[in-house]
Design a protein around this ligand. Structure first.
Ligand code: NAP
Ligand code: GDD
Length: 344
């Protein structure tokens, strides 16, 4: 039987690296969009490239001609759009680039994918950031309240190219509205990975102190491996629908620091408030965490917690990792990484 073809964007990112093995195991011919200039690729993607398990196509979501030519050639049955300018702070600094990739990029991709195959199934990586400061718990029915150019670009992309194409053309286009999900493959600029990597360096005496912004921000953190499984499930359904994917449990940035630090045998005592807050190692008295207002955001999303009841009941999706599993896996992995990087 002919293999189904899937086209993945953002394969070099955290989620792409977890989704790709699922697609290969399910028997798909996997095609991926990669930029000429890439960031650091997760090792797994380099391995898949070497073993020729994935067919790479060079292009960008910002370039219609490359997308057009690639999609004409591939004619995919399914598309996962994971590519994005995904860093919220960077979106305040580069709003035009953010919109070009996240909004217009999805528009280009959806139009071209539907042009070459009107029956194509499309997954869009939407986000809990679209809910902003709408009251928690947030579900598929919660109104959007985007607080950053990133969140605005994603909310508009979802509305114009997923909901609209579904309603007006009957396209099989769905959004997974995913809450924060982490792993050892998370980029080092996101708060969880910044914390685990910095604490590993502090524990080895390679860094004095971890500087963070808003310690009071609360996020609903899950594991990327659980969340990409939900993406796959969404495209296997009979009807195209959007789903919230979340753990339903929330923690502050301060909690995350405290729990991760305990793994390294550091118990933190907090002193002061706001910009003056510090965290000391209870045993040595040394300052290990400082607030640096440079990491505050112009506008903040203060508290998020998802309600994934629809995904539980309709998809049968349940997360396998607990919050403490996630923190433990990340700290262990960064401890090893620091050992390797610094040849300790
Ligand atoms: P990530 O690690 O930041 O990966 C982003 C990917 O997008 C990278 O592969 C990057 O490629 C690619 N990319 C950026 N600009 C591109 C362009 N112009 N053309 C083609 N590719 C481009 O993100 P992630 O954490 O895996 O998240 C995957 C998706 O889910 C993103 O859309 C994100 O906004 C969304 N999301 C993430 C979370 C989360 O908590 N992780 C939650 C909700 C939604 P390079 O390697 O070339 O840079
Ligand atoms: N990055 C970062 N760096 N965040 C910090 C820091 C710091 O030094 N200090 C405190 N924070 C706070 C941020 O203010 C924010 O409230 C919270 O930590 C989480 O920040 P990030 O890890 O950067 O994630 P995010 O929630 O802004 O965005 C991520 O999750 C979204 C889903 O809700 C990204 O992956 C987005 O692409 C994704 O859509």
């Amino acid at each position: 039987m002919k293999k189904k073809k899937v086209f993945v964007t953002g394969i070099t990112g955290q989620d792409g690296s977890y989704l790709t093995p699922i697609l290969l195991d399910a028997g798909y011919e996997v095609h991926a969009l990669v930029r000429l200039r890439g960031g650091d690729r997760p090792v797994i993607i380099d391995d898949l490239a070497r073993e020729k398990k994935v067919i790479f196509h060079t292009g960008s979501l910002t370039d219609l001609s490359s997308l057009s030519t690639i999609l004409e050639g591939v004619r995919p049955d399914e598309v996962y759009n994971l590519a994005a300018q995904s860093h919220v702070v960077s979106s305040f600094k580069s709003p035009v680039e953010t919109w070009d990739v996240n909004y217009y990029g999805l528009g280009r991709l959806v139009n071209e994918a539907l042009r070459v195959n009107p029956d194509v199934r499309i997954y869009q990586a939407s986000t809990s950031e679209m809910f902003g400061n709408s009251p928690a718990p947030q579900s598929e029915n919660t109104p959007f309240d985007p607080q950053s150019p990133y969140a605005m670009s994603k909310a508009m992309a979802h509305t114009d190219f997923i909901m609209h194409k579904r309603a007006s053309m009957g396209a099989f286009a769905v959004s997974g509205i995913l809450f924060n999900h982490e792993s050892p493959r998370r980029g080092r600029d996101f708060v969880t990975r910044k914390i685990t990597f910095s604490l590993a360096k502090i524990a080895f005496g390679l860094q004095e102190c971890l500087e963070l912004g808003n310690l009071n921000a609360v996020r609903d953190w899950g594991h990327a491996e659980d969340y990409v499984r939900a993406m796959f499930m969404m495209l296997q359904q009979d009807t195209p629908e959007d789903y919230v994917i979340a753990s339903g449990e929330s923690h502050s940035v301060r909690d995350f620091v405290e729990i991760a630090a305990q793994y390294f045998g550091i118990n933190i005592a907090w002193e002061g408030e706001g910009k003056a807050e510090i965290g000391r190692n209870k045993m040595t008295g040394k300052i290990v965490v400082k607030v640096n207002p440079e990491f505050y955001r112009p506008r903040e999303v203060n508290f998020i917690q998802g309600d994934a009841t629809k995904a539980h009941t309709k998809l049968g999706w349940k997360p396998r990792y607990s919050f403490s599993d996630i923190v433990t896996e990340m700290v262990k992995s960064d401890q090893e990484l620091v050992r390797r990087e610094y040849k300790l």
